[in-house]
Design a protein around this ligand. Structure first.
Ligand SMILES: Cc1cc2nc3c(=O)[nH]c(=O)nc-3n(C[C@H](O)[C@H](O)[C@H](O)COP(=O)(O)O)c2cc1C
Length: 366
C-alpha cells in the first residue's frame, strides 16, 4: 500500500516539506503511551519486533537490534521515541551545529527516482541549544541516541576542533555515542577536515572534553564514499591512534555519473545522492569491507548507504558493519521498514543455523 499509493504521491510533492511533516507526526505520537501504541499499528505485522539474537553492543552501548536511523533524518531530536516504536534500535540525531544555521536556499531536497534522493540542505540546524532542549524529553528513556556533530559554515577550519567540542560538551549526557561528521558534501571545505592533521585536532578536542565531562563515550568519524582507500587508511590511523571506536561509512555521494543516471539535468546539480541506487550501495559497502579487512575487525563499523530491506542490510553486516543505518530508505519503504528488516534477519539466521547476528559481522569481507 505505502509503495504503490503513498510513496508515488509523496514523490510529486516537495520532499523536504513532507519529510518535516513526517517527523512532526512522529513527534506528536510521543505525547502518550496510547498514541505510541496507535503508531505501532503502522509497523510490520503491527508489533514492534525484538529478538535476543539481534542484540549488538558497541563500546558498552546496547542496541536491541542492528538497525539505527542515520544522521539527517531527525536533525533536531524530536522523533526519537516514535522512530524507536517503529522498530529502530536507536537514532543518530543531527548533524548538530553550535549556532542556528538555515542551510542552502530551497528547494534543496529532491527525489530523483523511486527511493533515490539528492540533497543539498547545507547543514540546516536550529543550533545546539534548541536540540539540547528537545533531547531532554528522552533523558529517562533507554533509547540509544547518537549525536552527530557538524560545523557552521562560517567557522574557520582552525576553529573546527573547538566547535565540535562545544556540541559534545553540551550534549554529553544525552549521547550514547558521538559522530564527527566531516563528510557532508554541502558545506564548502568540510571534506578537507577528513585529512589526518585537521581530523586529529578535532578528535583530540572532543576526546578532551569527554574526559572532562566524566569519561569517553564511543566516538566515530563519518567518511565520504569517494575517499580513496589510502585516505581511508589515514582515517583508520587517526581512529586507532586516538582510541576511537570506529568509522561510519558512508555519507552521500557527489558523483556526477551517478546523478546523471536519473537524467542529464542532474549531472551538475550540487548535492549528494543517497538511497536505492545499486552503484551507491556498492560504493558504500566496499568502504565497509575495506575498513574491516584493513583492521581485522578491530575497528567498529556502522554501514550506511542504500539500505532498504533485509538483503541490503545483510550485505553491509557481512561486509563488516555491526550496525547499519537507513535514511532515504525510510522515505522509500515507509513505516514497515525496520520490522521487515529485523524479522527478515531472524528468519535468515534460522535458515542458516546462525545463533547470533554478531556471527555474521564481516563474514564476507574478503
Ligand atoms: C535529507 C538528508 C539529510 C542528511 N543529513 C545528514 C546530516 O545532517 N548528517 C550526516 O551525517 N548525514 C546526513 N545525511 C546522510 C545520511 O546519513 C546517509 O549517510 C546517506 O544518506 C546514505 O544513506 P541512505 O542511502 O540510507 O540515505 C543526510 C541524508 C539525507 C538524504
Amino acid at each position: 500500500m505505502y509503495k504503490e499509493v503513498i510513496s508515488p504521491i509523496l514523490d510529486k510533492l516537495d520532499s523536504e516539506t513532507w519529510h518535516r511533516r513526517a517527523r512532526e507526526a512522529l513527534h506528536w505520537t510521543e505525547i502518550s503511551p496510547l498514541s505510541l501504541k496507535i503508531l505501532e499499528q503502522f509497523t510490520y505485522r503491527r508489533k514492534r519486533f525484538t529478538d535476543e539474537r539481534l542484540k549488538v553492543c558497541l563500546g558498552g552501548v546496547e542496541f536491541d537490534n542492528p538497525l539505527v536511523v542515520g544522521g539527517g533524518w531527525d536533525k533536531v531530536g524530536r522523533a526519537v521515541k516514535g522512530l524507536w516504536q517503529l522498530g529502530f534500535a536507536g537514532v543518530e540525531v543531527g548533524s548538530i551545529l553550535v549556532y542556528p544555521q538555515p542551510g542552502n536556499p530551497k528547494p534543496r531536497q529532491f527525489m530523483l527516482g523511486s527511493g533515490v534522493s539528492l540533497n543539498r540542505l547545507g547543514f540546516n540546524s536550529p543550533g545546539v541549544e534548541v536540540v539540547a532542549r528537545n533531547l531532554r524529553t528522552y533523558r529517562n528513556s533507554s533509547i540509544p541516541i547518537g549525536i552527530s556533530i557538524g560545523k557552521n559554515k562560517d567557522v574557520e577550519a582552525e576553529d573546527a576542533p573547538e566547535a565540535h567540542a562545544i556540541v559534545a560538551k553540551k550534549l554529553y549526557h544525552d549521547a550514547a555515542y558521538f559522530v564527527i561528521n566531516v563528510s557532508s558534501p554541502n558545506t564548502p571545505g568540510l571534506r578537507e577536515l577528513q585529512d589526518k592533521g585537521p581530523l586529529t585536532d578535532i578528535v583530540q578536542a572532543v576526546n578532551q572534553v569527554m574526559g572532562e565531562m566524566g569519561g569517553r563515550k564511543p566516538l566515530f568519524v563519518k567518511i565520504a564514499p569517494e575517499l580513496t582507500n589510502e585516505a581511508v587508511n589515514d582515517v583508520i590511523k587517526v581512529v586507532m591512534d586516538n582510541g576511537l571506536i570506529g568509522i561510519i561509512a558512508a555519507n552521500t555521494t557527489v558523483s556526477p555519473e551517478l546523478k546523471a543516471k536519473y537524467g542529464e539535468r542532474w549531472r551538475d546539480e550540487a548535492g549528494g545522492l543517497s538511497g536505492d541506487d545499486e552503484d551507491f550501495r556498492r560504493m558504500t559497502t566496499e568502504k565497509v569491507a575495506h575498513i574491516y579487512r584493513e583492521t581485522n575487525g578491530k575497528v567498529e563499523i556502522i554501514g550506511v548507504g542504500g539500505v532498504k530491506d533485509t538483503a541490503t542490510a545483510l550485505g553491509k553486516i557481512k561486509a563488516g558493519a555491526r550496525i547499519v543505518q537507513a535514511v532515504t530508505g525510510i522515505r522509500g519503504e515507509g513505516t514497515t521498514l525496520p520490522g521487515r528488516i529485523t524479522r527478515g534477519l531472524v528468519k535468515l539466521m534460522e535458515q542458516e543455523g546462525i545463533k547470533n547476528i554478531n556471527e555474521l559481522v564481516g563474514s564476507e569481507a574478503s
